[in-house]
Design a protein around this ligand. Structure first.
Ligand code: MLT
Length: 407
């Protein structure tokens, strides 16, 4: 007789964005003439940079020759990509990260979801609220929580992000073992200052915890004082793993390429209280369960770091940030309290209505899809998120419709 992993029974019925997609599909079916503008899921809309497409094409052509053909590549990624990442993303910012500390993968969602596998089932996990649901759900699946009651899982330490703390939680008073942080934040769009991040690094070092730092949105930071990487902070090499992605900066959501940084020398304890290298553990996992990102995709990703690529990526992120500015301006003028939108492609907006009720109103009255804050956690209630990933035309039209509905 086969038995299921009972932890799955603790999960909410479906993943947030699948839930939204179902409601939108039902609306579209009932209102075939209405043009729905999707500002829910943070999926990019603008074409891949020309330099990436060219590199992609060239690599495919290479694959069509006997000499240029590539079979299985190194699971951790080709040296050409790891080296250029280390140079451009880390050395250039004064971070001591080497190419062999970078593990190339097919997405940050997978890496953020899978990383917990190398930690003990008994680990005490701290997770922000609201939060990208992947961090919570994967820990539920792994059995690190009890049941869900009133939207919260027993056993997790929730780090509340509220208007009172400017949506930036401080370290808790109790000790934890694993800490998920995401800056620029999804969903609130807020960024921790250098001092706030340093407090997290100091706390983690103090209690021997590991910070799992999701920096998928770092390319949207415009304020020069805000750190792009956790490794810009003193001591982070001893307590942090960082996740990065090509999805949002270079438009790779459908192309798939990301990477995880695990410093050599970063350790956690085994059952005998002996230090074990997390770099080696992740390498063991990665080589067992993953066969590497395809050669053409890695070539396309490496093209991001050419001079032309840097300019194209800057133009892309600037474009989305102009959308964010438009959204922020409109919502503020309508009297909504907002966060985010200045160093992140998300605007986090407060509403008196329950967030799913607001979602339905916006969909039914204005044919606009937002993400209801409650989908990200209890503290997301009475909030909704608008994503700046869209065409200019759609953002302008959406803002027009919102003005009409809420003026
Ligand atoms: C979001 O909308 O929160 C993101 O698109 C989710 C993701 O990147 O997987």
């Amino acid at each position: 007789m086969a038995y299921i992993n009972d932890n799955y029974s603790k999960l909410q019925a479906s993943y947030l964005f699948s839930d939204i997609a179902k409601r939108v599909a039902a609306f579209t079916e009932a209102n075939p003439g209405k043009e729905v503008i999707k500002m829910g899921i943070g999926d990019v809309t603008e074409p891949l940079p020309a330099v990436c497409r060219q590199a992609f094409h060239d690599a495919i052509d290479e694959m069509g020759t006997r000499d240029g053909f590539h079979g299985y590549g190194p699971e951790q990624g080709y040296a050409f990509l790891r080296e250029t990442i280390a140079q451009n993303e880390f050395s250039a910012r004064g971070c001591d990260i080497q190419a062999n500390e970078i593990f190339v993968s097919d997405g940050s969602k997978c890496d953020c979801g899978n990383i917990q596998e190398i930690f003990s089932e008994q680990s005490k996990v701290a997770i922000p609220d609201p939060v990208y649901p992947v961090y919570v759900d994967t820990n539920v699946m792994a059995g690190r929580t009890g049941q869900n009651s009133d939207g919260r899982y027993d056993g997790l330490v929730y780090l509340e992000s509220t208007t009172e703390n400017g949506y930036i939680p401080s370290p808790p008073s109790e000790k934890v073992d694993m800490i998920y942080l995401c800056f620029p934040n999804n969903p609130t769009g807020t960024c921790a200052t250098r001092e706030q991040l340093q407090a997290w690094v100091d706390y983690a070092k103090d209690c021997g915890a590991i910070i799992l730092f999701d920096a998928a949105y770092e390319s949207f930071i415009r304020d020069p004082e805000i750190p792009h990487s956790i490794y810009e902070l003193d001591g982070a090499r001893e307590c942090a793993i960082e996740f990065r992605s090509f999805s949002k900066n270079a438009g790779f959501t459908g192309t798939r390429c990301a990477y995880t940084v695990i410093p050599e020398g970063l350790t956690a304890l085994d059952g005998n209280n002996e230090s074990v290298s997390l770099h080696q553990l992740w390498n063991r996992r990665h080589t067992t369960k993953f066969n590497g990102v395809s050669y053409p995709v890695q070539k396309a990703a490496a093209a991001v770091y050419t001079e032309e690529g840097k300019a194209e990526v800057k133009a892309l992120t600037n474009f989305y940030m102009e959308n964010a500015a438009l959204i922020l301006k409109t919502m503020k003028e309508l009297g909504f309290a907002c966060a985010g939108g200045t160093n992140a492609p998300y605007v986090w907006i407060k509403t008196d209505a329950p967030s799913w009720e607001f979602f339905d109103r916006l969909l039914n009255e204005s044919a606009i899809v937002c993400t209801p804050g409650a989908g990200f956690g209890t503290c997301g209630e009475n909030h909704f998120r608008l994503s700046a990933f869209n065409s200019r035309q759609n953002v302008e039209l959406a803002m027009e419709r919102i003005r009409k509905a809420f003026a």
